[in-house]
Design a protein around this ligand. Structure first.
Ligand SMILES: Cc1cc2nc3c(=O)[nH]c(=O)nc-3n(C[C@H](O)[C@H](O)[C@H](O)COP(=O)(O)OP(=O)(O)OC[C@H]3O[C@@H](n4cnc5c(N)ncnc54)[C@H](O)[C@@H]3O)c2cc1C
Length: 408
């Protein structure tokens, strides 16, 4: 090892430091196509929260550089709490595709959570295991084109019991994941009893996407992005017959399941949005430090300085709110944490939109093009002022809780 320069670059927390020569020996022996005679080997640590310390390995070989990301925790180890996964989601949120690569994207994580909480043993084996292994993908079909679906009591899809089966009829759209050729299972929300009390009419049922009568009508785009490979579909269900055992938890439990699913799912979105905003900040600053306008770097113009500082304040405020919501979810559960989750769900997309918009502004026309990731990150952030409940609905929840507290 003496001929190689092995050094720690950046700030590796001393508590996390390790033998870099041993790491280099291990990587040379085990990592496919790892440069065998590196001229330089650097390890640096990603900043911020350290629930799972993550490192960047840079291997220089002549003029080429290879980069690897390495995590401290063993591969496949489950992180037990919402708080603990916050860091992973932030890193994945920097990219539009990383959550899928790591099998941590919407709607699959939410669907896995539904199966884990509410599925029986047979359903877990049939659908959860292949989902966790990344062998299949899934969709969550609740929203319908003909009714205001932010109020899920409006849903009209019918799920009727007939002997040992249920027959499903209805039309859904924005079923994310359903355009993916690997999508095999849909969790469909509909009504099993139109006469029951308002929040007991709905049920959720598992539908194999290849069941006769499930017709994918068309893909939907977001500002022109098709969001491949997961994609959003409009789907019709025409006399779709599924075994009665596919019902989740029982008839009338649809609302209860929806609440259980949406809390963690919303927080995952918030965590990814913080990652997206961090990427925007980084790109914005690098651009401002390298591009000159009117004889000065953009970073030297006063307006930029105050804008970038305001973005950082918004980002850090939101990060703390999301962490607080994750902590409450862990400590108090979904129901008690709902107010803080609602606050995070409103704050995170709005903050990310502001930061990404500023990053696009600093990039000039390039920021609006497909040459950078900014436009796609912005489009994704914009959907989250509507998807998983529009801002107004969450603001209503926050206000209701505030008023209830005042009356106590
Ligand atoms: C990219 C993307 C992915 C999606 N993925 C899925 C998915 O996988 N599965 C799924 O089932 N759905 C999905 N959706 C749909 C999404 O959940 C719904 O669009 C959302 O719940 C709103 O329903 P709606 O579109 O019917 O809007 P509507 O209910 O018609 O509401 C329209 C507008 O009315 C206003 N409004 C609504 N309620 C109130 C209120 N209480 N106070 C004041 N104003 C209000 C808001 O401005 C709201 O945006 C996705 C949507 C997008 C954009």
């Amino acid at each position: 090892m003496a001929s190689r320069t092995s050094e720690l670059v950046g700030r590796v927390d001393p508590a996390q430091s390790f033998d870099t020569d041993a790491l280099l020996r291990y990587a040379s022996a085990n990592v496919e196509a790892f440069p065998q005679a590196p001229t330089q080997f650097k390890v640096s640590q990603f900043g911020h929260g350290q629930s799972n310390p993550t490192f960047l390995m840079e291997v220089h070989s002549g003029s080429s550089v290879k980069r690897y990301v390495m995590r401290k925790k063993p591969h496949g180890k489950l992180l037990e709490s919402a708080h603990a996964i916050e860091r992973e989601f932030q890193i994945m949120g920097r990219s539009v595709w990383a959550p899928q690569v790591f099998n941590c994207g919407a709607p699959d994580t939410g669907n896995m959570e539904v199966l884990m909480r509410y599925g029986n043993e047979e359903q877990l084996h049939q659908w959860l295991v292949p989902l966790l292994e990344g062998n299949i993908r899934s969709g969550f079909a609740m929203t319908e084109p003909q009714v205001a679906s932010s109020d899920a009591t409006n849903i009209e899809c019918s799920i009727k019991r007939q002997g040992d089966s249920y027959i499903i009829n209805g039309r859904k759209w924005w079923t994310s994941g359903a355009m993916d050729p690997r999508c095999k299972i849909l969790i469909v929300m509909g009504k099993t009893n139109f006469d029951a009390p308002k929040h007991k009419q709905q049920s959720m049922i598992l539908v194999d996407i290849n069941t006769p009568g499930v017709n994918i009508k068309r893909p939907l785009t977001v500002f022109g992005f098709d969001d491949a490979p997961h994609g959003h579909a409009e789907i019709s269900f025409e006399n779709v017959r599924v075994p009665a055992k596919n019902i989740l938890l029982g008839e009338g439990c649809g609302f209860e399941i929806a609440q259980g699913r949406l809390g963690p799912g919303r927080l995952h979105h918030c965590m990814r949005l913080i990652g997206a905003a961090e990427r925007g900040m980084q790109m914005m600053v690098l651009r401002a430090l390298s591009r000159k306008a009117f004889d000065k770097f953009i970073a030297e113009h006063g307006s930029f300085l105050s804008d970038v500082a305001k973005c950082r304040i918004e980002l850090e405020k939101t990060r703390l709110l999301v962490l607080e919501a994750a902590d409450q979810l862990d400590q108090l559960g979904n129901k008690k944490a709902r107010g803080t989750i609602a606050m995070a769900k409103v704050a995170a997309p709005n903050m990310a939109l502001k930061v990404l918009d500023m990053a696009m502004q600093v990039h000039g026309a390039a920021g609006l093009s497909g040459d950078t990731v900014l436009a796609h990150l912005w489009a994704t952030a914009r959907t989250l002022r509507i998807a998983d409940g529009p801002d107004e609905v969450h603001l209503g929840t926050i206000a209701k809780l505030e008023l209830r507290r005042a009356r106590l």
